[in-house]
Design a protein around this ligand. Structure first.
Ligand code: FDM
Length: 207
């Protein structure tokens, strides 16, 4: 899995329920790859703090407004993302534009309207969609603490995600035991790193 020193990093996005970016990070580090795991929303910025307060039900925002804040939160990280990738660091990101569009359109906003502010953000080389039924997800812990975590909403969300599948999309069967899920992730991620090391260009949304 050796790559030449001037090859770029890969942009890998985890979407769906129960993401595990950290796990893939430590695996790639063991193999000697430069890798960072990020997540959106990035709650450390000013925009991120507005989002965080909304998600914790401490403030109310109109659906369109919060949608644009989530998008702005990705735009404010775009140039750093690009320089990391170009300097050879692979980024594994928990949630990205696909969550942005899927969540807002599941709330009832028009999907094309939701996609528009994401145009020009970096396109992932790989989207790992952790596919699990909404019912099964509901059995797992931590349910019901923030907005969005109701079963009916999760069902709409799954439909919205499916409508967003593109060329970078890989479904990962996340209802299998965790070891099997991690094995699927490792194989798919290594494949992607190989392709990016072979000169695959960095593209922009939407593919
Ligand atoms: N979310 C996340 C959105 O609605 N839009 C977005 O663009 C993004 C990135 O925010 F419910 C939702 C998804 C989730 C919440 O929770 C963030 P986590 O636990 O920090 O992923």
């Amino acid at each position: 899995h050796k790559r030449s020193s001037d090859s770029r990093g890969a942009l890998i996005v985890l979407e769906g329920l129960d993401r595990c970016g950290k796990t893939s990070q430590s695996y790639l580090e063991e193999l000697g790859h430069a890798v960072e795991s990020w997540r959106f929303p990035d709650r450390t910025t000013n925009v991120g703090q507005m989002i965080s307060s909304y998600l914790g039900n401490k403030s109310h925002l109109d659906d369109h407004t919060i949608h644009l804040l989530f998008s702005a939160n990705r735009w404010e990280k775009r140039s750093l993302m690009e320089s990391k990738l170009k300097s050879g660091t692979t980024l594994i990101i928990d949630r990205y534009s696909y969550s942005g569009v899927a969540f807002s359109s599941a709330k009832g906003l028009d999907m094309e309207w939701c996609k528009a502010p994401e145009i020009g953000l970096l396109a992932p080389d790989l989207v790992l969609y952790l596919d699990i039924s909404p019912e099964k997800a509901a059995e797992r812990g931590g349910y019901g603490e923030e907005r969005y975590e109701q079963l009916e909403f999760q069902k709409k969300l799954a439909r919205s995600f499916k409508a967003l599948r593109d060329a970078s999309w890989k479904n990962i069967n996340a209802s299998l035991p965790i070891e099997d899920v991690e094995k699927q992730l490792r194989e798919t991620v290594l494949n992607c790193l190989e392709t990016c090391g072979q000169g695959k260009p960095l593209l922009e949304l939407w593919l």
